[in-house]
Write a protein that binds this ligand. Structure first.
Ligand SMILES: N=c1c2ncn([C@@H]3O[C@H](COP(=O)(O)OP(=O)(O)OP(=O)(O)O)[C@@H](O)[C@H]3O)c2ncn1[C@@H]1O[C@H](COP(=O)(O)O)[C@@H](O)[C@H]1O
Length: 124
């Protein structure tokens, strides 16, 4: 009988990672296409400020659902945030691999320890 993987040996769900990568590829393929046929193309044609504004709006809607304890709505708003974040990555030339690499670089470093290691800001 196969042994159950220890928590540290368990791989991240492939489906979770792949859906974001597929979405990235889809949005990237929409760049410069007909904005009447693709919401992503329309959003990117409206420019970086509009993309950033939409991301900010979706993030605020997401945090409102979290604060209000609306689990189902939080799931939907989270999907909106991720979609708009991916549009922002495509527009800025950032790839999912860039972000995964940064997350992997941080693996195992506590946020508390990282903050404590920062150079102290000078006062006054
Ligand atoms: N995940 C999404 C996704 N989430 C949200 N949205 C759209 O985002 C829009 C948000 O509506 P809003 O009124 O807030 O935004 P807006 O139309 O820019 O409005 P204003 O700022 O002008 O007021 C809606 O049209 C949603 O359908 C998405 N549109 C596309 N995707 C994914 O992107 C793929 C490619 O889509 P297209 O680029 O449309 O082909 C799709 O197959 C999906 O997988």
């Amino acid at each position: 009988m196969a042994k159950a993987a220890k928590p540290e040996e368990r791989k991240a769900s492939p489906a979770r990672e792949h859906v974001l990568e597929r979405l990235f590829e889809t949005v990237q393929s929409r760049r410069g296409t007909d904005p009447t046929l693709s919401h992503s193309a329309r959003l990117m044609a409206r420019g970086r400020n509009k993309i950033a504004q939409k991301f900010g709006e979706e993030a605020v809607e997401c945090l409102i659902e979290a604060v209000n304890g609306n689990r189902k709505e939080l799931v939907g708003e989270s999907a909106d945030v991720l979609y708009h974040l991916i549009v922002m990555w495509v527009d800025a030339g950032v790839s999912p691999e860039d972000v995964w690499a940064e997350l992997k670089r941080r693996e195992g470093t506590s946020g508390i320890a990282e903050k404590a290691s920062r150079p102290k800001e000078k006062l006054g």
